[in-house]
Design a protein around this ligand. Sequence first.
Ligand code: ADP
Ligand code: MG
Length: 248
Amino acid sequence: SSMSEAFIELRSIGKQFLGLRALDDVSLTINKGEIHCLAGENGSGKSTLIKIISGVYQPTEGEIIIEGEKVENLSPIESVNRAIQVIYQDFSLFGNLTVAENLALNTELRAKTKLVNWRRVRKLAHEALERLGVDIDLDAEVESLPTSSKQLVAIARALMSDAKLIIMDEPTTALTGKEVETLFRIVRDIQSRGIAILFVSHKMREMLDISERLTVIRNGAKVAEGPTSEFDEASVIRHMTGLDIQIE
Ligand code: ADP
Ligand code: MG
């Protein structure tokens, strides 16, 4: 069914950094429109895997299949062209540009015209933020915004590029409890539009609350995967740490 159709398949991915084996034989399938959680402790290889999906790193071994097509030498541009957007922990925004300017850079670079059509960009930016249900001043310098708003600008930017997969690397690190609620509402709303989300985290409760499927990696190897309903906090901690920890 279309519900379980793969958007991207990573097959037996390995990544060697000089003397360090950061990933070993990791396979991961992200289906169209699903919220998939990638769990693992610090240093387990989560960001490395994201950088392989976004074309920043080339895997040492393995295959990448996007929408049924094997992709050789996936580059950052190719990844974006295939509708993959990553929201890194630093959001990769231009601090001394305004919200509208940041959003314009993204859409207008793709439009291949020489002049920025500000009317069009402002309209699209306004619509993107409105769809997220947030009120952010398009003329505010990004630097002046709180972290949660910067993140929303980065999400709006991803949506404006018609992403089919949005990857969020540890998106709740700098958020308050209330801001996490807002983010989760937005993540579910994004999913309802058929966009897949890879939610990368090491926080148990969050992962169990937001995702439909879960993949756990430890020391660069996949140790568990399945529907999130089959996991609980204790089992996720056990998989992440390899320790037999009991939770009351
Ligand atoms: P996580 O995101 O799960 O915290 P990372 O993917 O950032 O983990 O890191 C996995 C391992 O790979 C760590 O031991 C890290 O030090 C190492 N690593 C990550 N990037 C590089 C790199 N460019 N060169 C060498 N080692 C790296
Ligand atoms: Mg990381």
